[in-house]
Design a protein around this ligand. Structure first.
Ligand code: HH2
Length: 262
């Protein structure tokens, strides 16, 4: 799954694809590089990101969905019901909702649904996330989402531990280590680690028990190696989808892994 952020402020590619032509060009490039799905979002979910008005989000994403939907499977990354409805009507067939609250919208369109775990909201999620048992809590939440989605009539439901969404560096590592447990639930697992802060923190020599910001992290464009390592780990654990910015590099890694495992 290639990430296409039609935003001004996404943490690693904000402003690059805000323009319609640039967004469609980038979408086509990711398809040529081997993406099976393009995930289009018009509002950043990075910690502390500002809200985007529904009209503006619609204006950003719907034309791009329309342009790409005939060429590749399109996923819409939104937490707004109005945007989800419009994007699914415009040709998207997967709803990626980090709030896990829009399952009825997916059902109304016969679309697939990504249920992601997030503790708190993007405004407060990274302040001081705490869990008694992060893996147990996340797994139980995602299992409930699958049951609810099936009950609502959605048959294609992905589960996503929500790396970086209300998680410390250690929580992210614990969830990645526990991916086989999520895969064992039987639901297809989606993992999004690409360019995230914990990679920049560890890559710069930060402690796994430290906090992002303890030391200057690697910049978001210097996180390819850690992004690939975590994507390969996720795929080797049996994840069905990895959500990435660097499609060509990830496809090369996935092909190699596929041949080793064949
Ligand atoms: N991560 C981001 C956004 N959407 N959706 C799912 N299912 N899983 C994720 O891990 C995930 C997601 C954050 O990454 P990005 O879209 O690059 O950044 P921003 O939210 O700043 O636009």
């Amino acid at each position: 799954m290639g990430v296409l952020n039609v935003t001004s402020d996404s943490f690693s590619d904000g402003g690059l694809y805000l323009d319609y032509e640039a967004a469609v060009r980038r979408g086509r490039q990711m398809v040529a590089e081997g993406a099976d799905v393009v995930d289009i979002g018009g509002e950043s979910t990075r910690p502390g990101a500002g809200a985007v008005a529904p009209d503006e989000e619609l204006r950003r994403v719907v034309p791009v969905v329309e342009a790409l939907a005939g060429e590749v499977r399109v996923s819409i990354d939104t937490v707004k019901a109005s945007v989800a409805h419009a994007a699914l009507a415009a040709g998207a067939t997967l709803l990626n909702d980090i709030s896990s609250s829009l399952v009825a919208v997916a059902a109304a369109h016969g679309a697939g649904f990504v249920a992601m775990h997030c503790k708190g909201t993007p405004a407060d999620m990274q302040l001081d996330p705490r869990y008694d048992d992060v893996v147990g809590e996340v797994r139980a939440f995602l299992e409930r989402c699958v049951t609810d989605a099936h009950g609502a009539g959605v048959t294609e439901v992905y589960i996503d531990p929500g790396i970086g969404f209300g998680k410390s560096v250690r929580h992210n590592l614990q969830l990645l280590a526990a991916l086989p447990e999520l895969v064992a639930t039987g639901a297809p697992v989606l993992v999004g680690t690409s360019r995230k802060s914990f990679i920049g923190h560890l890559g710069a020599g930060g402690s796994p028990d430290g906090r992002v910001g303890d030391i200057p992290p690697l910049g978001s464009h210097d996180r390819l190696e850690g992004s690939l390592a975590s994507a390969v780990w996720a795929m080797a654990c049996g994840a069905a989808v990895v959500r990435v910015h660097d499609v060509a590099a990830t496809v090369q890694a996935a092909r190699l892994l596929g041949e080793v495992a064949a």
